[in-house]
Design a protein around this ligand. Structure first.
Ligand code: FAD
Ligand code: DHB
Length: 389
């Protein structure tokens, strides 16, 4: 088989790239290790920056998002019983939207299927060959048969555990990593959200986040120990702990119910450089990970796709490779700022096991400064709604 762009990974990055390229007449094949149901069953991100929203519209998949999303003009930050709002609209005239990654992925799959897009599921043993040559190709096995795809370019959209990043030799690749000494226990419940904006809560007992998917679907997280397993936490224990970490007026209003999903995510900051090696381009989680505080994971994947998509369109339109040549540098410049913001929000709001009383005072002073200082709030708002592409 031959295609112009072979895309490894059928998560949001790979699907979005494939759909955007299709709209410009550029052919691609997506190779996905899992089944479609498995990909759609993963509960992950919930907040979209404006740049990602515009990219979804440009990909022709914005209609349901525009109808069903919630526009959020601000977010609440709480410390114990104290709380304040950072209002993005008042500060910088911008907002974010609530629309789950599951819905983003579903819309993209539907669009690819409607357009007859080529997505191969259940692929095994994907290998990228000749990425540093003019004739790259990808091999894989599906239903026991070995297959080969020749292509112009390979997009490595296969997440943190994929093969694409590993294809870049260690003599070329440099990785930067920070692992945090805690995780997030998240639940999804068919209950109304406790508040109409998100609440990022710092407390003596650790961090908590109140988020949502729609008017009867809530997403809540609490900072937990890395040694915890979801089975250690009954629903009742989760709700009890959440209530102790959020302001009491919110806790009193919280509607609880059975969880329909419960999982633990570790927290990590990670960046690999460069994001391009020859004709292989890394996008999204394949190249970088942020801790979820700040909601940047899916949104940084989208900004990579924006740069790569425009680079490819320019290349196929008039043979100009400037966009592709500048991809790694441009993408990384924005990524590192999102890494900084996610690290900052994580450091500000969590309890660390080795934290001294002085460290805690520093966190409290920084939150107090943020509460009272418009410039600090503007800086937070600009980063939270997403830096320009
Ligand atoms: P992925 O979504 O990981 O997609 C990669 C795809 O490639 C997968 O479908 C995988 O099956 C496939 N694949 C992997 N290896 C191969 C292979 N060898 N061959 C073929 N296919 C392969 N972000 C937020 O902003 N907020 C959150 O609350 C949040 N929660 C998260 C919770 C968890 C548990 C995780 C893991 C991530 C979370 N994120 C969150 C981050 C966000 O979901 C990711 O940034 C986003 O999914 C990145 O999209 P992607 O397409 O680059 O990678
Ligand atoms: C969600 C997750 C986040 O990490 C975040 O910062 C905001 C919202 C969510 O899953 O809704």
């Amino acid at each position: 088989m031959r295609t112009q762009v072979c895309i490894i990974g059928g998560g949001p990055s790979g699907l979005l790239l494939s759909q955007l390229l299709h709209r410009k007449g550029i052919d691609s094949v997506v190779l996905e290790r899992k089944t479609k149901d498995y990909v759609l069953g993963r509960i992950r991100a919930g907040i979209l920056e404006t740049g990602m929203v515009e990219l979804m519209r440009e990909a022709g998949v914005g209609a349901r998002m525009d109808r069903e999303c919630f526009v959020h003009d601000g977010t609440v930050i709480s410390v114990g019983d104290d709380q304040f709002e950072v209002n993005f609209r008042d500060l910088i005239g911008a907002h974010v939207v609530v629309y789950g990654q599951t819905e983003v992925t579903r819309d993209l799959y539907e669009a690819r299927e409607a357009a007859g897009g080529k997505i191969v599921f259940n692929v095994e043993g994907v290998q990228i060959h000749g990425a540093d040559s003019d004739a790259p190709y990808v091999t894989y096995t599906v239903d026991g048969a070995e297959q080969r795809i020749d292509c112009d370019f390979v997009a490595g959209c296969d997440g943190f555990h994929g093969v694409s990043r590993q294809t870049i030799p260690l003599t070329v690749r440099k990785e930067y990593e920070k692992v945090y000494p805690f995780g997030w226990l998240g639940i999804l419940s068919e209950t109304p959200p406790v508040h109409d904006e998100l609440i990022y809560a710092s407390s003596d007992r650790g961090f908590a986040l109140c988020s949502m998917r729609n008017e009867n679907l809530s997403r809540y997280y609490i900072q937990c120990s890395l040694s915890d397993s979801p089975n250690d936490w009954t629903d009742a224990a989760f709700w009890e702990e959440l209530k102790r970490r959020i302001p009491s007026d919110m806790a009193d209003r919280l509607v609880t119910g059975p969880s329909i999903e419960k999982s633990i995510a570790p927290l990590r900051s990670f960046v690999t450089e460069p994001m391009r090696w020859g004709r292989l381009f890394l996008c999204g989680d394949a190249a970088h990970i942020v801790p979820p505080t700040g909601a940047k994971g899916l949104n940084t994947a989208a900004s990579d796709i924006h740069y790569l998509y425009h680079g490819l369109v320019r290349f196929y339109a008039d043979g100009d490779s400037a966009g592709l040549d500048g991809y790694s540098q441009k993408a990384l410049a924005r990524i590192w700022k999102a890494e900084r913001f996610s690290w900052w929000m994580t450091s500000l709001l969590h309890r660390f096991p080795d934290q001294s009383e002085f460290d805690i005072k520093m966190q409290q002073a920084e939150i107090a400064f943020l509460r009272g200082n418009k410039a600090a709030q503007i800086a937070m708002a600009e980063n939270y709604v997403g830096l320009p592409y």
